[in-house]
Design a protein. Structure first.
Lengths: 534, 306, 301
């Protein structure tokens, strides 16, 4: 009960600060926001959607039990408060009495149950439902072993929702603003079937409703007057433009056709800093750019020294200063800094001076059986992209200079690349990148489990797997944290991967767009923004 | 003439069938499937998706199913844009591409023929050299250089025209992309027209016409134009295919929701149905266009008999 | 007024002609030599070709060497990077020349492929006419109606980024244009008197195609070849634009121009030098083509 009071108090505080924040004096007459949004979204069905562009739009359309404040803190969304049982396995959410769908129907606990069940139902074909694994029985339902109704979610009454977990999961509240947990309007889904997510048919419970969707052209969302917090929404309309080319995006931004970009062309970083001062917002995010070594084939199989030598021979500071440029952080660990409840781990040589590092790398390289006269020939595989290309060229030059390695660069189109990476029959060294799904170390740690789908290095350490199993059931936060940290140290010691840098997000934002606050997950709700007179 | 037309028309069907078959099996042979993502799907979900899109059936059965659906005008659901059917996507994208490509080819044809004729009449004069130099420049600059150049100049610096977007085909939005798409083809066509016009102007019928003392413009318009157009007409078939390809670049750079962009995205994402749909659709279109070109050619050149 | 000297000259010319006779080709060469633009183009093109082959070995830099301290620097005599450096600090002079090797190779090989197939195919179809023509052109139509990129993207997928297969692929597609144009031209040629005369004399069909049709096609074919080489080079650059071009650290003019076009405002040299070479080469091909056309034109004798 005490916990609940605290939550309510925090809620009040936040809504006060928000309210005072959100009453700016000099609003522009036209409150239309134009956001560059990367590639075209594949679907607006929240349970099938994946990828950043779709999530951005869905965050405006739907509201999960929790949402995030502009600076990225988890705050109450469709649920106004909640209680957590002492063992951390049972969550009771109180849905807002004034929450409404865009057609006026009340949002009930049943809608959430329907949504969550639909997400894990194999018949839906959700490509992201595995993220709900912490919920009781979800995993078994996804793999078809248990019926959908056995999921640990229950509507106690119209406004009370109970979620039962498999084990205590500290990141659950953050997870509940992921699109797989969004409620959907049962009536319209059942009426329209596959087409329920079209303009004119989509019923949503967020601050906006879908107005128009022209594939590869634009998606327009319009203020939802039924939204419970509609009084505080200022932006009337948001236009999402799918623009993949960042240089094309920059031109449209400069021509005044965009208010917020999804990224920037890295080569033009210094030009932007000089010519568009104050408009570039760079924020560290939960993402790691790395190279994997295929541990199931020569030359990297059972060759720790070689992997270590290659890893040490790469100057990450040069990569981030000269290639990525925009403030990416050189990575010596797997889990990015800034994760809740976690402190960053790093490779043992991180503190070693550069010259010494290279010397050590050369020694290891020789011990691994190679030399300048008998150099290693290695392939780097990467998927088509300007940045990946530059990184690969840079790394191959460093390997050549420091160790005399001959590198062959193989640039593959995404699907081919994925297939080769997964099969592990051709790959030697390959490019990888991972953006965390939620703010917890586990979203990174789990990738390196021996049976995980993205463990394309083929890292197979029983010790590591055991540590992760322990962490999954550990309810004591401090213990869990130290288990995950030691797992990362093990991974780094084994050099299964070579972390290169931690991602940052880069947005150009027009000075008249107000209310933007950087946050680590890069979630910007349009309802928190407004356009001042300009 | 009627028989020729009819035969051509009937002949187009097997062509289309072969094309479709080729595309279908090539696409399926490509590594990677439509639902492959970085994450590995749980087998149960993979199986469900495969079942839903009939990917679990033997390939020949899928092929038969596809043909049957196609016979009813149904291109199937898009694998990538899960909320849409391929028919809807083509219906959305085609008018855009048609407007873009159609305008481009018409403009290229008229301007190209005009410039080519002028250059031919004024052969080896300053006018000729200027036109040909301009044409060569047009050929030598790739689309993807020309387009950003135009955007930088007219949209970013001068602010006269939008830098991208289609905006439902508003005139202002179409000017830059159409220009970028048209210029290289104006160049090609004016060169072709010039050389063929020069050849025709030296031919005996024209000499005779001149000898009769007909005014120069009559000679050119009434007598020389028709035969001189033949190579250009021949070129229109390839030019159309080229403009389709070129419009992929233009659609990409200007963010235009045309069919070319769907195609590239579809191919990269193994959206079997979308790619097949575009291939078949364009196949029909190109065959139809070539057919028209053939008929026009036959009409213009009385020496050809079938 | 005709001087004695002139008459002498004319007479010697005449007698020369009588003794040696003048073939179509020696005549054409002579005429081509009179065309200043064409001759200049030949010289420039030879220079570029030589430079592309020889010059990289004289440069102190290698095409894949990175200087991390000179990222995207403008041309400078002082540091030896006369064309400047690219976005990862590689010497653009050497890369432009290396790219030239690749582009010229692609252009020539692919055009040769298309030429061989296209002329034979088109002339045969056009000359034989009737059912053979219909079937042959139907096949061309089928290949035509395969959107080109589809074909190339699939090839990339099947064979990885094997550049030599790309040449063949481009060439194998371009012959379609060639075949159609040649066929169209042949259709009108075959009604001409000299062909009918040859038929009347009982000359065999392959011989008619080779000796009478093909030489008369050369005008349009040459014009078309000069359009094809640059076209092929451009197609390669289009592939580079889609990210399907040559594999790093190799490069081509297309790839360089594409990279340069992205940053044309901040690093114009990265666009201007490769684009300059590309455009000059294409210009030269075109001038040579025009010169050849005029020189070969039998009606202008």
């Amino acid at each position: 009960m005490l916990k609940k009071c605290c939550v309510v108090l925090i809620v009040c505080l936040i809504s006060f600060t928000q309210a005072s924040f959100a009453k700016p004096g000099n609003l522009a007459e036209k409150q239309i926001l134009r956001r560059g949004n990367g590639s075209e979204v594949q679907t607006l069905d929240p349970h099938k959607a994946e990828g950043v562009p779709a999530s951005n739009i869905l965050r405006d359309l739907y509201e999960g039990l929790t949402i995030e404040s502009p600076d990225g803190k988890v705050i109450p969304g469709a649920a106004e408060s909640w209680e957590i049982s002492d063992d951390g396995k049972m969550y009771t959410f109180h849905i807002r009495k004034n929450a409404r769908w865009s057609n006026g129907d009340p949002v009930t606990a049943e809608d959430f149950v329907y949504g969550l069940r639909r997400s894990v139902d194999p018949a839906t074909g959700s490509q992201y439902s595995q993220i709900l694994a912490p919920i009781l029985n979800a995993e078994d339902i996804i793999s078809g072993k248990k019926p959908v109704a056995s999921m640990g979610v229950e509507a106690v009454d119209d406004h009370t929702l109970k979620i039962t977990l498999k084990a205590a999961t500290p990141y659950l509240l953050g997870l509940l603003n992921h699109s797989t947990t969004y409620p959907v309007h049962r009536g319209s889904v059942e009426q329209h079937g596959e087409q329920f997510s079209r303009p004119g048919k989509l019923v949503s419970n967020g601050a906006y409703k879908l107005k128009e969707w022209k594939v590869q052209s634009q998606i327009v969302v319009q203020r939802n007057p039924m939204y419970w917090d509609n009084d505080n929404t200022i932006i009337e309309q948001v236009i999402y433009l799918p623009i993949e080319e960042s240089s094309a995006e920059l031109k449209r931004y400069r021509a005044g056709e965009l208010d917020i970009t999804g990224g920037i062309p890295t080569n033009q970083y210094s030009w932007i800093m000089k010519n568009l001062p104050g408009e570039l917002h760079v924020t560290p995010t939960l993402g790691t750019y790395y190279y994997g070594f295929n541990l199931t084939r020569p030359p990297f199989k059972d060759n720790l020294k070689l992997r270590q030598a290659l890893s040490m021979a790469v100057d990450r500071e040069i990569l981030t200063e000269k290639i990525t440029k925009a403030g990416e952080i050189p990575a010596y660990g797997w889990v990015p800094p800034g994760v809740n409840n976690y402190s960053s781990q790093s490779l043992d040589y991180a503190k070693m001076p550069k010259a010494e590092r290279i010397k050590k790398a050369q020694q290891l390289y020789q011990q691994a059986g190679y030399s300048r006269g008998n150099p290693l020939t290695v392939e780097i595989r990467y998927n088509t992209s300007e940045n990946h290309k530059k990184i690969a060229v840079g790394i191959s030059a460093m390997w050549k200079k420091n160790l005399g390695i001959r590198t062959k660069l193989i640039n593959e189109e995404w699907k081919v690349f994925l297939e080769n990476r997964k099969q592990k029959k051709l790959t030697e060294a390959f490019r990888g990148g991972w953006i965390g799904d939620y703010n917890d170390a586990f979203t990174f740690s789990e990738l390196m489990q021996s049976d995980h789908g993205i463990n394309d290095s083929g890292y197979n350490s029983p010790e590591y797997d055991k540590l992760l199993e322990q962490a999954a059931t550990e309810s004591d936060l401090d213990k869990r944290r130290s288990i995950l940290e030691s797992a990362e140290r093990l991974l780094l010691k084994d050099h299964a991967i070579m972390p290169l840098y931690f991602y940052v997000t880069k947005h150009l934002i027009k000075p008249y767009v107000k209310g933007y606050q950087p946050n680590i997950l890069d979630h910007t709700y349009s309802k928190n923004l407004w356009i001042s007179k300009h | 003439m009627l028989r020729f037309t009819l035969r051509r028309f009937l002949g187009a069907w097997p062509t289309l069938l072969i094309l479709m078959t080729l595309a279908f099996f090539m696409m399926r042979a490509a590594p990677g499937g439509p639902f492959d993502t970085e994450k590995t799907l749980p087998p149960e979900i993979q199986a469900n998706l495969d079942k839903k899109y009939h990917l679990d059936e033997p390939l020949l059965k899928q092929y038969g199913r596809y043909l049957l659906d196609l016979a009813q005008g149904d291109f199937g659901p898009s694998f990538q844009y899960k909320d849409y059917s391929v028919n809807e996507l083509i219906a959305q994208g085609f008018p855009v591409s048609l407007r873009l490509g159609g305008t481009a080819i018409l403009l290229a044809f008229f301007i190209g023929c005009l410039l080519g004729t002028i250059a031919a009449i004024r052969q080896n004069t300053a006018t000729d050299y200027t036109v040909m130099a301009a044409a060569m420049t047009g050929i030598s600059i790739p689309n993807f250089v020309l387009a950003p150049l135009l955007i930088l100049l007219f949209a970013v610096h001068l602010g006269w025209l939008p830098a991208g977007g289609w905006n439902d085909g508003a005139l202002l939005n179409t000017i830059l992309p159409i220009t970028a798409l048209t210029l290289p083809y104006v160049a090609y066509i004016s060169r072709l027209m010039r050389s063929s016009m020069i050849e025709v102007l030296r031919s005996n019928p024209i000499r005779t016409a001149r000898a009769k003392g007909l005014p120069e413009h009559t000679v050119i318009l009434r007598h020389a134009m028709k035969p001189a157009l033949l190579p250009v007409i021949s070129f229109l078939g390839p030019a159309t295919a080229g403009i389709i390809t070129g419009s992929v670049v233009i659609e990409q750079i200007f963010g235009i929701p045309g069919i070319g962009r769907f195609f590239v995205q579809g191919a990269l994402n193994r959206d079997y149905t979308l790619v097949m749909g575009v291939v078949v659709f364009y196949g029909i279109l190109i065959i139809a266009f070539n057919f028209i070109v053939d008929v026009v050619y036959a009409l213009l050149d009385p020496k050809i008999r079938y | 007024m005709v001087t004695a000297k002139d008459i002498n000259a004319l007479q010697s010319l005449n007698s020369n002609e009588e003794i040696k006779g003048r073939s179509l080709w020696s005549d054409a060469t002579h005429r081509l030599k009179m065309n200043k633009a064409a001759v200049t183009s030949v010289i420039i093109l030879l220079l570029i070709t030589l430079m592309v082959i020889i010059a990289p070995s004289f440069s102190p830099f290698s095409f894949d060497e990175i200087d991390w301290d000179l990222i995207s620097t403008p041309p400078s005599i002082a540091n030896g990077h006369v064309f400047g450096t690219d976005a990862i600090g590689r010497d653009l002079f050497v890369r432009t020349l290396y790219g030239g090797r690749m582009s010229l190779m692609i252009g020539v090989i692919a055009t040769m492929v298309s030429l061989l197939i296209g002329i034979t195919y088109g002339a045969t179809a056009g000359y034989l006419g009737g059912r053979t023509d219909a079937i042959m052109m139907r096949i061309v139509d089928i290949l035509y109606a395969t959107p080109f990129m589809f074909f190339v993207i699939l090839l990339m997928v099947f064979f990885g980024r094997n550049i030599y297969l790309i040449f063949i692929a481009i060439g194998a597609i371009n012959w379609l244009d060639m075949a159609r144009i040649v066929r169209g031209q042949t259709l009108s040629l075959k009604r001409k008197e000299f062909v009918e005369a040859a038929i009347a004399c009982g000359v065999t069909t392959p011989r008619i195609i080779l000796r009478h049709i093909v030489p008369n096609l050369l005008g349009i074919v040459v014009v078309y070849v000069t359009l094809t080489i640059p076209q092929v080079i451009l197609v390669e650059s289009f592939l580079s634009f889609l990210g399907l071009g040559v594999q790093e650290p190799d490069t081509s003019w297309g790839a360089l121009v594409n990279e340069g076009a992205q940053d044309m405002e901040i690093a114009p040299w990265a666009l201007l030098f490769p684009a300059g070479f590309l455009a000059t080469t294409l210009f030269c091909f075109n001038f040579i083509g025009d010169g050849l056309r005029d020189a070969l034109d039998p009606k202008d004798r």
